[in-house]
Design a binder for this molecule. Structure first.
Ligand SMILES: [Zn+2]
Ligand SMILES: [Zn+2]
Length: 453
């Protein structure tokens, strides 16, 4: 385009007009009169054309934005101008403008593959959404082995669903801290409003992926299999199931202290990631590498430290654990879930065949959990009085792996809310003979709880 004089600008416009005229001719053809194979091929060919047009559109958008003439129309932004011109939704216009910019600046190989008709819009969306949103990921895209060329090659082999997961895994591996931050932001976005309205209540809200899956699996487990004469819709039966869960909880039948595992959530963790996580949660490292250690320990060293911080260096490059549907789990979420899980060892061979099924192990046995509950009696977070049936045991992964699970000094009872809070904010808990001290990563002491006599 750089050498575009008057003639080539004219030729460009003419070519576009010819394509448009050709499409009109094709459109006037009665397709059902054609041989079946030609009809099937048409679907494939149209998809290729669509991809080529998507690429041309992205290129035109990026060029038009840079050119700047659009601003003379008085539009507040380029996306607003584009929305006015096309009449599309604001969200669609913004997304396309952003994609065009990203394709031009960060994903040149992707743009070329799209222009050649080799990638679908869904594949491109996976890359523009998940691969370019942090500086570390943008850097990694230029890596000769595991950068954009690698991702584009995989995009050509995988369907959009599998490819999106691959890009999400790549993103967690490339920038684990950003994945952790995204979890924290998701948790802060969580909300539920239960508003009284005419004749009833209206529910609205938003949950993180982990919490949403937990709610859905609990509700669906209650829905059960409908009887033949059950004419209710799925949403109707879900509503009934939610209320029956509430009744069960209020009856105290399922929230007793003995039932403290999360039976509905299954997380697949590569053994290497688990071992690295154990290393990353090592309390000694927290004690020596953090500024707070000097200040907080100078007066009196704690008997134990239950850290919630993870040393990033240990986890850099580790494969992410996954939920059952393949969604990657940020490392800090995995640490949170590991506190309350059964470990179930499954060893896969090179062809993903199952070689060995280990027995289930829990990080804390029922007896140890009972001992900790008997000692703590309520959530130990300063100022919280939540009873044991609203909580669970938070403990040190490192000590479990190295000292064995026998020591109750390495576990503490926290309510669900404060268990999340401690992991989200990476709060270390120091145990002294007679009290707990809760310390933020910057060394600020949140408060102390005196151990019950
Ligand atoms: Zn925990
Ligand atoms: Zn609490």
């Amino acid at each position: 385009m750089s050498a575009s004089g008057a003639w080539s600008a004219e030729a460009f416009g003419e070519t576009l007009a010819e394509i448009s005229a050709s499409l009109r001719t094709l459109h006037s053809t009665e397709l059902s009169a054609l041989p079946s194979q030609v009809i099937l091929d048409t679907v494939r060919e149209v998809e290729v054309l669509r991809r080529q047009l998507d690429a041309l559109n992205a290129k035109a958008l990026a060029a038009a934005e840079a050119d700047g003439l659009w601003a003379s129309t008085g539009a507040r932004s380029f996306a607003a101008w584009y929305r006015n011109v096309t009449g599309r939704h604001t969200g669609t216009a913004r997304r396309q403008v952003r994609e065009a910019r990203v394709l031009r600046d960060q994903l040149p190989a992707t743009a070329a593959a799209l222009a050649d008709g080799e990638l679908s819009a869904d594949h491109v969306a996976a890359l523009t959404r998940h691969a370019t949103n942090t500086p570390a990921r943008r850097d990694q895209l230029t890596d000769p082995e595991l950068g954009e060329a690698f991702l584009v090659a995989r995009a050509k082999e995988l369907d959009a669903a599998d490819f999106t997961q691959l890009v999400q895994h790549w993103a967690v591996r490339t920038d684990p801290d950003a994945a952790d931050r995204a979890w924290k932001e998701d948790s802060e976005r969580a909300e539920l409003t239960i508003a009284e309205t005419t004749g009833g209540y209206h529910l609205a809200g938003w949950l993180s992926k982990i919490d949403g899956m937990a709610l859905l699996s609990a509700v669906d487990a209650r829905v059960g299999v409908p009887t033949a004469d059950d004419t209710r819709t799925v949403p109707q039966r879900r509503a009934a199931a939610l209320i029956s869960l509430v009744r069960l909880a209020l009856d105290g039948g399922t929230l007793k202290p003995g039932a403290r595992i999360r039976p509905h959530l299954s997380v697949h963790v590569p053994i290497d990631t688990l071992l690295r996580m154990v290393m990353a949660s090592r309390p000694d490292d927290c004690a020596t590498s953090r500024d707070y250690a000097g200040a907080a320990f100078a007066l009196e060293p704690p008997l134990d430290v239950i850290p919630a911080d993870l040393e990033s260096a240990q986890l850099a490059g580790a494969a992410a654990a996954t939920l059952e549907d393949g969604t990657p789990v940020p490392h800090s979420v995995l640490a949170r879930l590991a506190c309350q899980s059964q470990m179930h060892r499954v060893i896969f061979g090179p062809q993903s065949e199952v070689l060995d099924l280990g027995r289930e192990e829990r990080l804390y046995t029922g007896a140890q959990a009972r001992a900790i509950i008997a000692r703590d009696r309520r959530c130990q977070y300063p100022g919280c009085n939540a009873p044991p049936f609203e909580g669970e045991i938070h403990h040190c992964l490192w000590w479990y792996a190295h000292d064995g699970p026998t020591d109750t000094g390495k576990g503490v009872l926290l309510c669900w809310y404060h268990h999340d809070y401690v992991h989200l904010h990476r709060i270390a808990i120091h145990r002294f003979l007679d009290r707990w001290r809760f310390v933020r990563p910057n060394g600020a002491v949140i408060g102390e709880t005196v151990l019950a006599a």
